[in-house]
Design a protein around this ligand. Structure first.
Ligand SMILES: O=C(O)CCC(=O)C(=O)O
Length: 267
């Protein structure tokens, strides 16, 4: 005979009523237990549960003898040592970061429109001999190299041995400005070259996420005057972001030097 313990209280009330009728069981008052199925229908899950318990008692089947519900799969242990992202970090890369930061504040910053007319949550300037198609917007080619941008580019090129042709400048005016998780892996960009990221002003947290398992990697505090190299191939495997913060933080400027290889097909 089917045991009451096999009845699942999450079954619909009508199904429970049917099942009890099939079993032909009577409760402690001698009433066919399926009659109470009507009550189950009106009162739902908890009544069903109560009713099954009542029938278990009537039949002398207590919880201990009922078949144990199958145990849920244990959650996998989080990996205590997240995979290290392919980066290099030099905290004091720029000798006089405050003076350069002050000069960079007068770049022609623009708050562009993102999809659905929302403003991009930071100001940007794109300087490159190529247009840049980024997240459904196109930034035109712009020969806006200032002496400061050229001197930082020169320092970065000496360090990396790579000739950069482009820079995306970001200005985070407050802690509310941010860049969501993304990778800089558009078709126009060379995956064979590292991206060099130079930061000025307020310290903000840079987070990395491994695409394959959505595991958050190391979180870094990017210091004023620091250089972070995201090595060749990193964009294909990792995403990165600057999170919003509720802390009172000042403005921050970040410059990412890139190599653009393929610009055909971009308007
Ligand atoms: O501000 C940063 O440090 C990151 C900027 C960034 O992710 C980007 O320009 O693609």
């Amino acid at each position: 005979m089917e045991r009451l313990g096999d009845l699942d209280p999450t079954m619909s009330a009508v199904k429970i009523g049917k099942k009890l009728k099939e079993l032909g069981l009577r409760d402690e008052n001698g009433k066919p237990v399926h009659e109470s199925g009507i009550t189950i229908f009106y009162h739902g899950f908890w009544t069903s549960f109560w009713h099954i318990e009542k029938c278990r008692k009537a039949l002398g089947i207590d919880q201990a003898s009922a078949p144990a519900p199958s145990a849920p799969e244990p959650a996998p242990e989080p990996d205590p040592t997240p995979t290290a992202a392919p980066i290099e970090y030099i905290p004091d890369f720029i000798a006089n970061p405050d003076a350069i930061y002050a000069a960079l504040l007068s770049l022609p910053w623009q708050r562009h429109q993102a999809s659905f007319g929302q403003p991009v949550p930071r100001d940007e300037v794109w300087v490159a001999p190529y247009p840049y198609k980024y997240s459904s917007r196109i930034y035109p080619a712009c020969d806006g190299w200032t002496p400061e941008l050229l001197s930082i580019k020169d320092a970065v090129e000496k360090h990396t041995g790579v000739k950069y042709d482009s820079v995306l400048c970001n200005l985070y005016r407050t802690g509310k400005d941010y860049v969501p998780y993304h990778c800089d892996c558009e078709d126009e960009m060379s995956p064979a070259h590292p991206i060099a990221s130079v930061s000025f002003g307020a310290v903000r947290v840079f987070e990395m996420l491994l695409k394959s398992n959505r595991q958050i990697g190391e979180k870094m505090q990017l210091a004023n005057g620091s250089l972070l190299i995201m090595k060749a191939g990193m964009q294909q495997e990792w995403m990165h972001s600057i999170r919003k913060t509720r802390r009172e933080v000042g403005a921050r400027i970040n410059l990412t030097f890139r190599v653009m290889t393929k610009t055909e097909g971009v308007a």
